[in-house]
Design a binder for this molecule. Structure first.
Ligand code: GDP
Ligand code: MG
Length: 383
């Protein structure tokens, strides 16, 4: 793995708690104002600041992820092996990205921040546990269309693992790689709601302490740009907040700031105009404690207040990115999956994954995922 340490440095030291963003935020009293005004949103999900207007912007993006210190599995193209990557595994090399269509989640976060858990638990919920059906779309069009075998293996791994209540093993994405997993989702309660939902994942390695440029990550640079400038693609950027980031060499703030700068300045894309932003805070039950969390789940105002205050205090630069995003195109949400005992997931809890999927659907389409004739059932009092 190359150890490139270049200019444009935004490391922990200058983006951490002492950041001027935080000072500015305090000075302008942004937090209290926002918490009070927050969320005129009408959602019945516990998501913040998403009004559900149909203003998702067709465009692109990508998902950083890197598992430097995690075990590799499958035929992963890990940091050590990416420069000798197996050409057969590079499915996107044979894809014309500019003709792609769909709705993409670009997941960005430090190692072990929850990218795999989020994507895999969504896939599991949609494929197995929920009222949705998710089919892998991994064959390119045409008779000779190539098949994305890696996507197939990953989906199988994810489904098998959660079925047994186990966390899926990590499948690393190399520094110069981008991984795509496409799903076609149908609402079993409303077949009119059939949509594409896809994951893009890139290594976050490049964005940890520097803003990379094209020379450093040529393949990734070109592919990311192709996704992000594709008018037929809608993208939600998902920033995974890592509550125990103190143990990491760099902060979430550095990673997210560098990433936004990269898209804006290096790729030359006005990220705020084109993309939606969702901050995800995993495992809030542990962060806030069981009692307070139970309270917050029943009280939308409290939920908003503690979530926003937490992000503001702990990730000030990230909070500023969120705060400067268009109101209708952003959200903060919690992501819990259930109780973990002895490394296993007991008592799966699908509330958050369900809300998260609804939120994404709403940002993409402006509509809610709902059973057909819900209004009619309501009228009859059956809901
Ligand atoms: N108890 C337990 N927790 C895990 C395991 N794997 C992942 N986790 C939890 O899930 C978090 C996120 O892991 P993951 O989604 O793989 O992170 P990623 O590197 O961002 O893809 C970790 O920080 C752990 O808290 C596991 O095998 N056992
Ligand atoms: Mg992962």
């Amino acid at each position: 793995m190359a150890t490139r340490r270049r200019g444009g440095l935004i490391g922990r030291s200058n983006v951490g708690k002492s950041s001027s963003a935080q000072e500015n935020t305090r000075k302008h009293n942004i937090i209290p104002t926002n918490i009070d005004e927050a969320n005129a949103g009408d959602s019945d999900d516990q998501t913040l600041l998403t009004s559900g207007k149909n203003n998702a912007n067709p465009d692109t993006s990508t998902v950083p992820s890197f598992e430097r210190s995690e075990p590799k599995s499958l035929n992963s193209v890990g940091p050590q092996s990416d420069h000798v990557s197996d050409e057969k595994a590079d499915h996107l090399a044979e894809v014309n990205i500019s003709s792609r269509r769909g709705n993409y989640l670009l997941t960005v976060g430090l190692p072990r921040s929850g990218k795999t858990v989020l994507q895999s638990f969504m896939t599991y919920y949609m494929g197995v546990a929920g009222k949705l059906d998710a089919q892998l779309d991994n064959k390119e069009k045409g008779k000779a269309g190539t098949i994305n075998h890696e996507a197939q293996r990953i989906q199988t791994l994810w489904l098998d693992s959660w079925k047994k209540g186990e966390f899926p093993e990590s499948t690393s994405v190399g520094e110069n790689e981008i991984r795509e997993l496409r799903l076609t989702v149908t609402n079993n309660e409303n077949s009119g709601q059939k949509f594409n939902l896809s994951f893009l994942e890139i290594s976050g390695e490049n964005f940890l302490s520097v803003v990379p440029d094209r020379n450093q990550i040529p393949k990734l640079f070109d592919r990311l740009k192709s996704f992000l400038t594709n008018k037929n693609i809608k993208i939600n950027i998902i920033f995974l907040l890592k509550s125990d980031e103190e143990n990491e060499q760099v902060s979430c703030d550095a990673l997210f700031t560098n990433f936004i700068q990269f898209v804006n300045n290096e790729l030359n894309i006005d990220v705020r105009k084109k993309l939606n932003l969702i901050l995800v805070l995993p495992d809030t039950k542990s962060i806030f404690g069981e009692d307070k969390w139970a309270q917050a789940k029943k009280n939308k105002r409290l939920y908003e207040k503690i979530m926003k205050s937490y992000v503001y205090e702990k990730f000030p630069a990230t909070y500023m990115i969120y705060n400067n995003w268009k109101k209708n195109n952003r959200a903060i949400m919690a992501f819990n999956i259930g109780d973990i005992e002895n490394e296993k997931l007991k008592n799966q809890n699908f509330e958050d994954v369900k809300s998260f999927i609804n939120l994404n659907y709403r940002l993409f389409t402006g509509k809610n995922l709902s059973p057909r004739f819900k209004w009619f059932k309501k009228l009859l009092g059956s809901q």
